[in-house]
Design a protein. Sequence first.
Length: 146
Amino acid sequence: MAHEVFTGKSGESSITFDADSIPTGWKKITIAEKGKPLAGQLDTTAAGDSAYSFTDDPLGGKGSPSCTVTVEGLMSKTDVHDSGLLASTIDATGDVVVTTGTTSDEFTLSDAVYKGMRTGAGFADVQPYTATFTLASSAGSWATAS
């Protein structure tokens, strides 16, 4: 049986923020979606009823949908503080678009807020980073890339 070495070539995903590509040294993208809670149930049982009865809360679910996109990666120590896109102004807004390489599924988070970039202890000439984008009013949307 032939063995094919995994190279990660099939994982040619891409991520952009406001149509600008995130530097290629990212190694992990995490999309944490939280949908709007379902409406709660109100007890409408009257005295003397033989069974409990409930109805949906007319005010709907409490809270709102939200989403956080986290990008972890590695970049050159010389570029970490001058990395173009990731050196953008904190609280800048733009659309985050993640396109998967194998299925061409596309996740879009419109008007996401860039919360900034954290860096860790570097090694050799490489600096790890974590960039975070959030939106407190939407869980984003999935579609097939065009």
